[in-house]
Design a protein around this ligand. Structure first.
Ligand code: ASP
Ligand code: MG
Length: 409
C-alpha cells in the first residue's frame, strides 16, 4: 500500500472547523487506499503566544523550559485531529515527538533530529490506523523535550517520510504551491509544476518562506519527494524533487528577493594581508552573519571593503565597524539599510552562458542601479535600492518569460 506523510501548518489547523476539514481530506485519502502519517503544527498564532508568555516571566527565557512550553501547542492539535478522525469513523491515534521517539541533539529551541524509531508508527499503520504526530518536537537521549526551530514541523514531516520510506511527503499550506516569484509583487507569477531541491533551497534561503530551509535540505539528502499544496483547494501543487529528464527546461525557475538587507562599507583601510580577517573577525565574533562581500582593488596602498548583513544587525555591525576603522586607521565607515537583494535562480544556468548579462541588461533598461553582485552555480543576486524592488522583480520576470510555462524537453 502506498504510504504518504501529510503535514498541515498552523493556518490549516487554526480552528476546530478547519481541523474538521483536514480530517475530511484524510478520510478521502484513506478511501483511496493510502496509508497515512499526518504531522501537524500548532494552531496559528499559538506558538507566538507562548513565546510572548515566556518573555513576560523571564528576560532571557531558559531554552530547556522554552521547549517544554513551546511543544505544548502541537500537543493540542494532534489530539483534536485524532478525535476529528475518530468522529468520522476513521481509526486514528496521536503521538507526541517523544512518544514516537524522534530523538534529537540537545540544542534547545533549534535541535536537530538524529534518529527516529519507526516501530510504533509502523505497528499502528499495520493495525489500520492513521498516525497523527506532533510536528516541531523531539527528545534528547537523556529525555529532555526539544523543539526544532520555528517552522520545524516541515522538518518533522520530511524526517518521518525519510524514516518510513514514504512514497511522498505532502506539505499542505495556505498557498497552492511554489511560484516563480511572490504573486503579491508580480501578479503574473506562475505556479511551478516542479522545482529541484537545489533550486528550492536557494529560493528558501533567499527569502521565499514556503518551507523551512532545513526540511528542504533533509528532503534532498534522503531523496524524499516533497509536494507543496493548498489545504483549502484541490490541486497538484508543486513537486520538489531531483532533476529528471523531461522536466520543464527553464533557464530560470524563479526570482527570490529579500528586503531584510543592509550594507556597510569601510573606506581607505590599509591594503595588506589579513585585512579581511581584521574587518570581519569582530563581526563574526558578535554572531552577525555576513552575506555578500566585496573588496575593491587597492589604490595608494589602501582599499575599500563592503559587506551585507541582516537589517536587524545593521546598527550593531555599524558600531563594530566604526571601532575597527579607528583601530586600523581607515578613512571612513558608510552604510545603507535601504537596500534589497533580488536573485534569479535556476539549474538551467549551468548549461547556458549569457544569463548574467541578460539580467544586467534588463535592469539597465529600467535604469536600476546595481550596487553589488554575487553569483553561484545556480543563482545570481544583485543588491539594489529598496525603492526598485518591485520594478526589478517584475522586469526580470518579464525578461526571462517566467509567466509562460517552458516547453518540456
Ligand atoms: N508551531 C511551530 C512554529 O510556529 C512549528 C511550525 O509551525 O512548524 O514555529
Ligand atoms: Mg509553519
Amino acid at each position: 500500500m502506498a504510504l504518504y506523510v501529510h503535514k498541515y501548518g498552523g493556518t490549516s489547523v487554526g480552528t476546530t472547523e478547519r481541523i474538521g476539514k483536514v480530517a475530511d481530506r484524510i478520510v478521502k485519502a484513506r478511501a483511496r487506499g493510502e496509508d497515512l502519517v499526518v504531522v501537524v503544527s500548532a494552531m496559528s498564532g499559538e506558538t507566538n503566544k507562548l513565546v510572548a508568555y515566556a518573555h513576560e516571566v523571564q528576560e532571557r527565557p531558559d531554552p530547556r523550559e522554552m521547549d517544554v512550553l513551546l511543544s505544548t501547542g502541537e500537543q493540542v492539535t494532534i489530539a483534536l485531529l485524532a478525535m476529528a478522525l475518530q468522529a468520522r469513523g476513521c481509526p486514528a491515534v496521536s503521538f507526541t515527538g517523544w512518544q514516537v521517539r524522534i530523538r534529537s541533539d540537545a540544542a534547545h529551541t533549534k535541535a536537530r533530529i538524529e534518529h527516529i524509531d519507526t516501530a510504533r508508527m509502523q505497528a499502528e499503520l499495520d493495525a489500520g490506523r492513521v498516525v497523527v504526530v506532533a510536528g516541531f518536537q523531539g527528545i534528547t537521549e537523556s529525555g529532555d523535550i526539544t523543539t526544532l526551530g520555528r517552522g520545524g514541523s516541515d522538518t518533522t514531516a520530511v524526517a518521518l517520510a525519510a524514516a518510513l520510506k514514504a512514497d511522498e511527503c505532502l506539505i499542505f499550506t495556505d498557498v497552492d504551491g511554489v511560484y516563480t516569484t511572490d504573486p503579491r509583487v508580480e501578479p503574473r507569477a506562475r505556479r511551478l509544476e516542479r522545482i529541484t531541491f537545489e533550486e528550492m533551497l536557494e529560493m528558501a534561503s533567499l527569502g521565499s518562506k514556503v518551507l523551512q530551509i532545513r526540511s528542504v535540505e533533509f528532503a534532498g539528502k534522503y531523496n524524499v519527494p516533497l509536494r507543496v499544496l493548498s489545504s483549502f483547494e484541490e490541486g497538484s501543487g508543486t513537486l520538489i524533487s531531483y532533476e529528471e529528464a523531461g522536466m520543464e527546461k527553464a533557464l530560470i525557475s524563479g526570482i527570490a528577493f529579500n528586503r531584510d538587507e543592509a550594507k556597510l562599507t569601510i573606506l581607505g583601510v590599509p591594503d595588506r594581508p589579513g585585512i579581511a580577517h581584521k574587518i570581519l573577525g569582530p563581526v563574526a565574533a558578535a554572531n552577525i552573519e555576513v552575506d555578500m562581500i566585496i573588496q575593491n582593488i587597492g589604490a595608494d596602498q589602501t582599499t575599500d571593503f563592503t559587506f551585507t548583513v541582516h537589517r536587524n544587525e545593521y546598527k550593531k555591525a555599524l558600531e563594530i565597524l566604526e571601532s575597527t576603522c579607528r583601530e586600523l586607521g581607515g578613512r571612513e565607515v558608510t552604510g545603507d539599510d535601504k537596500i534589497v537583494k533580488v536573485s534569479i535562480v535556476g539549474v538551467g544556468m549551468r548549461s547556458h552562458a549569457g544569463i548574467a548579462s541578460k539580467m544586467f541588461e534588463a535592469l539597465a533598461k529600467e535604469a536600476i542601479n546595481i550596487r553589488m553582485i554575487s553569483t553561484s552555480e545556480i543563482k545570481i543576486s544583485v543588491v539594489v535600492d529598496e525603492k526598485y524592488l518591485e520594478l526589478a522583480v517584475r522586469t526580470l520576470h518579464e525578461a526571462f518569460e517566467l509567466d509562460q510555462a517552458p516547453a518540456a524537453a
